[in-house]
Ligand binder design. Structure first.
Ligand code: SIN
Ligand code: CO
Length: 375
């Protein structure tokens, strides 16, 4: 992708300009970001997804000031009537279940994939929505069908309504308001209060980017780091030849505390261990994802990553679906191309080393990638 090319998707800004001016900073309304936008799934297909066990879905019904939330799977017959106003079904991770929906994410690949969460689709009856709230996500809200009125404002007061099963702001102070038509898109950084209400039946696609929290990252990275940790035969043990006799045997010796602190600091100084743990975590598929093992088919005509595959890399490693490989030289270049473009062509395959081909074949066997053109 040319990050300096002006795009209709970004209202005539280039990805570079958008990231500088708006990303994580301020909202942007883009009329006709996707001209001719048509929903890729109809209402029935979306509801069928919401019925599935492995799909994350929610039903939110509003009656006056009363909100109810039900988590999926959502049986079709348990949903309110289409003609009943004020309800919405939200389906997370639709990109994992549908290739065409997954393809909608491609134009957003000017944002690092490590930040990408998923594409959510919501269907709402007239007046439906999730109420005024804020998210810790950067989100592109693309109107796919029908009209939705968005009101947004800076978060003046983060207090949430008590005794409501959803996170609804007590004091929402909208500053701007627009009605979005199919193809229009609204970008919101995290922490902006927003409320989208359907005007007639409507569908909205949300491309969401997660901002990991510090504690969550520390936990995930540490768990993986500790799993990878093996005792070393000649590593130092605690020695205390200078330990004097003590009259307070219950007290932990300061030298032992210092020994432990030093050991932990040494571990944390190992940036490679930390980067591997982080890469594995960030490339971990969502818990409900599984892959269908692939049939043995030649990859010499090129290959594409499965829509569910998450592939990332750093200076020394490639990460795919929660696993890591050390890669250098020509093979590293090839794997980085695969992660960036999600595909390799026949020429790439012809240039790949025997080891790289073996690895790619293994990933194909696992269903992580497929021969090009094989659907
Ligand atoms: C929706 O699609 O109704 C909700 C999206 C959001 O506000 O985050
Ligand atoms: Co939101």
């Amino acid at each position: 992708m040319d990050i300096d090319e002006a795009l209709p998707l970004l209202g005539g800004l280039s990805p570079a300009q958008f990231m500088r001016r708006h990303w994580h900073k301020k909202p942007l309304l883009i009329r006709q970001a996707v001209p001719g936008m048509q929903p890729l799934l109809d209402r029935g297909e979306l509801f069928a997804l919401a019925e599935r066990e492995e799909v994350e879905s929610r039903l939110i019904v509003r009656k006056g000031e009363d909100w109810t939330l039900r988590r999926g799977p959502l049986a079709r017959r348990s949903l309110p009537k289409i003609s009943q106003p004020g309800w919405t079904v939200l389906v997370q991770g639709v990109d994992l279940h549908d290739d065409a929906v997954h393809a909608l994410l491609a134009p957003f690949r000017f944002v690092p994939e490590a930040r990408l969460d998923d594409l959510m689709i919501s269907w709402a009856s007239d007046g439906g929505g999730v109420g005024p709230h804020f998210d810790s996500y950067d989100v592109f809200l693309l109107q796919a069908q029908g009209r939705r009125r968005w009101r947004i404002g800076r978060l003046a007061d983060p207090q949430l309504q008590p005794d409501v099963p959803l996170k609804i702001l007590t004091n929402f102070e909208p500053e701007q308001e627009w009605v979005l038509e199919p193809g229009d898109m609204l970008y919101l950084p995290p922490g902006w209060a927003h409320d989208g209400v359907a005007e007639g039946e409507c569908m909205t696609y949300s491309v969401g980017f997660r901002s990991p929290q510090r504690t969550e990252l520390v936990k995930e990275v540490m768990v993986r780091t500790l799993e990878a940790l093996e005792p070393d035969e000649d590593e130092p043990i605690y020695r205390d030849p200078k330990q004097p006799a003590t009259g307070t045997p219950g007290a932990v010796p300061a030298a032992l505390q210092a020994f432990a602190a030093d050991a932990v600091e040494q571990l944390l100084k190992d940036r490679e261990l930390l980067h591997v743990a982080l890469g594995e975590y960030l490339s971990e598929p969502k818990p409900q994802v599984w892959f269908d093992p692939g049939e043995e088919q030649p990859l010499d005509g090129g290959l594409v990553l499965d829509r569910r595959t998450r592939m990332l890399y750093d200076e020394r490693h490639v990460y795919i679906n929660g696993e890591s490989w050390r890669a250098g030289g020509r093979d590293a270049k090839l794997m980085r191309k695969l992660a960036d473009e999600r595909a390799l062509d026949a020429r790439d395959w012809a240039r790949a080393s025997e080891e790289a081909r073996e690895l790619l074949t293994r990933w194909a066997d696992d269903g992580w990638l497929h021969p090009r053109g094989a659907d």
